[in-house]
Design a protein. Sequence first.
Length: 249
Amino acid sequence: MVAQNKIVPPDPSRLPRHVAIIMDGNGRWARKRGLPRVAGHKVGLESVRAMVKACSAWGIGHLTLYAFSSENWRRPKDEVSFLMQLLRLYLRSEVKELHENRVRLNAIGRLDALPAAALKELERSQALTAKNDGLVLTLALNYGGRQDIVDAARKALALASKGKLKASELDEERFASLLCTHGMPEVDLVIRTSGEMRLSNFLLWQTAYAEVYFTPTYWPDFRQPQLLEALKDFARRERRFGDIAPRSA
Ligand code: FPP
């Protein structure tokens, strides 16, 4: 992974700390070309590689990718098993390079439902890269935002029943510490490809103040120039977090 010389990112002080991407449009990309849906996933993996390279080179701290939602199990069996295999192959072939580039691999979601082989590869990759101080690459796998919130509420109840948490102590910060993204900064920028304009149960709590960028580009065509456009758009946004625009003195 070398620094991208040709593409200059926007002002580093205006970069998001945490970018989260809903990678959508693989199936349509393939259909447009008369290819099976899985061909879109395969080329989509090249876009994943491009994002990791760019975010690493440009100093973005966190990249979270919606790789498999808790609803994606409804897809045809063959497609689900292709996606799981792709995940395993990606980890197996890429982990060494990720490690060399100080990327820390992380995963969120109800991981115990993943096929054993994929889970094993995931755990191996996480263990190898655990101490890295570069980009934190988080794969959301069998992830659902509502599930994440329900799981956190269950943890709060369990703590309360052991006398370790009082209702009056449960504020937003404490609740966030029980979510699977604990320790990560809130999402600054959500990108969704393929022209769909919804969050689809992705990081519902964590995107409360995120800027959202929608693009008609299908995921397999979303590469560094397209990411740069999204980052430039983000850099122009005025983030107010509920406040009003800055007043002149
Ligand atoms: C959505 O497009 C895409 C997915 C559900 C899977 C995303 C997976 C990859 C990009 C490849 C594997 C990634 C990793 C990290 C190993 P869609 O199939 O819903 O597209 P459509 O809406 O056009 O049908």
